[in-house]
Design a binder for this molecule. Sequence first.
Ligand SMILES: [Zn+2]
Ligand SMILES: [Zn+2]
Length: 132
Amino acid sequence: MAMERATRQRDAIRTAIEAAKRPLSPREVQQEARSKVPGLGLATVYRNLKSLAGDGIVRTISLPGESPRYEPAESPHHHHFQCVTCRRVFDIPGCPGNLRRLAPRGFRVEQHDVTLYGRCSDCNKRGGRASR
Ligand SMILES: [Zn+2]
Ligand SMILES: [Zn+2]
């Protein structure tokens, strides 16, 4: 049944994002969700991500110069770490807080993003040679 397959695809994609505990690229979503929906195509992943974002279930993480990643929309305030070697993005729980004082006098801060860049523990262990 086409309808059933569509539901299964959407559920698998949603579950992959919720289980990941870090923002996933569409390709990573595809890899994770394929264990439940063999043959899942990238175009289908993109279509479902768009619809899940439109329904407020997932949200987009946009880092400069990177294609979007996706994470559950209801995650509490947190920040990200991007590995410069494998390009994966990880969650950093918590927040340095009180960034308002960095703004010039008379300016009002409404929101902030903090992204740390470096090597993840996997890449660090491998000695850090660039590999994609
Ligand atoms: Zn890495
Ligand atoms: Zn913060």
